[in-house]
Design a protein around this ligand. Structure first.
Ligand code: NAD
Ligand code: MG
Length: 384
């Protein structure tokens, strides 16, 4: 009988999905794929099903006529299909690599079924941090962070005594506009914003990196993963993306984790945890000079980071409002409907209008999420 860990990979066709597959290819005897999902790109999903002989696949809607999945693959459909994949009896682990708040329901479905979740999707914790962490605890399921900064923190804390953590410092590359003067930011285009200096990622997170909303979302993600108050969570700019995070321990010692900017390191660590094995990509080369510079972020040029910090310190549902408004605004920016700086305007406006409603059940969270999306969309329509 195979002793390989059995994985479901939700969001298999995306950037995190591709990096997860690279780890799976390297360790076929240790890691087995039993389910995959995607929103679209049916042909890409079918070829993954073929390559890995995956028994279950799920698409958001029916595949185009003429496209066939392998005989051994059962095809599921829609949100119900993704949720049943997340709870697949045959799986031990679920990698959530879906983008956006759409990651919340499948994350909960996996945790409710007692699966360990390798969490790349950050929006699920931003929107439903309380319910997600409670569901994990109630079902004895683990959330293993795969976002590079949070995985770095996870690694730095290994072997440290409980209660020894003082604070967490997440690094940020600063994105493509790190040094762009404030007056030029209003005119930057989606094409320029999609040119990230270090990381190759999906469009949404690449725009979030350019506005620094990504680091704001990650502060909120860290609050739930490591249970620290907002004043113990910091951000530092580190252009080369070699150090992914620091932990500061109560005695003042700071520990860091370093790799070149590839997601395979964090994903492999989370998927094989606690086992260590040779990596997919080469490690850091110390034979030539390395830039290990760090400096504080400029929240005046990157208001999304300030707004996320404020949302985090308000507790309640301000982080959900931040996230939903950001998702709508990023879509509109990518469609050239609003300018770069209007992304933060839409978030600010939404936070000022729809703040801190007491929604705590999944249904109430999803309803509030919809309300914010409707509000943000209306504001964008008025700008057109
Ligand atoms: P992506 O856009 O490249 O891929 C997203 C995947 O999710 C695709 O397979 C897509 O089909 C699927 N998907 C999209 N919308 C969906 C929906 N509504 N329902 C179900 N499936 C849907 O995104 P990505 O860059 O791989 O990022 C995925 C998540 O991981 C995001 O939350 C992101 O913040 C996080 N993350 C990404 C990186 C990275 O390097 N790309 C790093 C750290 C964290
Ligand atoms: Mg990250």
């Amino acid at each position: 009988m195979s002793t390989a860990r059995k994985f479901v990979l939700l969001g298999a066709t995306g950037s995190i999905g591709e990096n997860t597959l690279r780890v799976l290819r390297k360790y076929p005897d240790k890691l087995e794929l039993v389910g995959i999902s995607a929103k679209s790109q049916a042909d890409k999903l079918a070829s993954i099903a073929r390559e890995f002989s995956v028994p279950y696949a799920c698409l958001q809607s029916a595949p185009p006529e003429g496209l066939s999945f392998p005989d051994g693959t059962s095809l599921l459909e829609g949100d119900a299909g993704i949720e049943s994949l997340a709870a697949l009896p045959d799986a031990d682990f679920v990698v959530v690599a879906v983008v956006g708040a759409a990651g919340l329901r499948p994350t909960l479905a996996a945790l409710e079924a007692g699966k360990d979740v390798v969490l790349a999707n950050k929006e699920a914790l931003v929107v439903g941090g309380e319910i997600v962490t409670r569901t994990a605890e109630e079902n004895g399921a683990r959330i293993i962070p795969a976002d590079s900064e949070h995985n770095a923190v996870f690694q730095c804390l290994m072997g440290q005594p409980e209660d020894s953590l003082d604070s967490i410092i997440l690094t940020a590359s600063g994105g493509p506009f790190r040094d762009t003067p404030a007056e030029e930011l209003a005119r930057v285009t989606p094409v320029e914003a999609l040119r990230h200096p270090n990381w190759s990622m999906g469009k949404k997170i690449t725009i979030d990196s350019a506005t620094m909303a990504n680091k704001g979302l990650e502060l909120i993600e860290a609050r739930w993963l490591f249970n620290l108050p907002s004043e113990k969570l910091e951000v530092v700019i580190h252009p080369p993306s070699l150090v992914h995070a620091f932990v500061r321990l109560i005695d003042g010692c700071c520990l860091a984790q370093l790799t070149p900017p590839s997601m395979t390191f964090a994903l492999q660590n989370a998927m094989l945890y606690p086992e260590r094995a040779p990596g997919v990509d080469p490690s850091i080369d110390f034979s030539s000079p390395l830039d290990l510079s760090f400096f504080p972020p400029d929240c005046s040029r990157f208001p999304c980071l300030r707004l996320a910090k404020e949302a985090l310190s308000h507790e309640g549902n301000a982080p959900l409002v931040f996230n939903a408004a950001n998702e709508v605004a990023v879509d509109a920016f990518l469609l050239n409907r609003i300018g770069f700086l209007q992304i933060s305007d839409i978030i600010d406006d939404s936070l000022n209008t729809i703040v801190n409603q007491s929604a705590d059940s999944l249904d109430a969270l999803l309803e509030l999420d919809l309300e914010v999306r409707r509000y943000a969309s209306t504001r964008i329509d008025q700008l057109d």
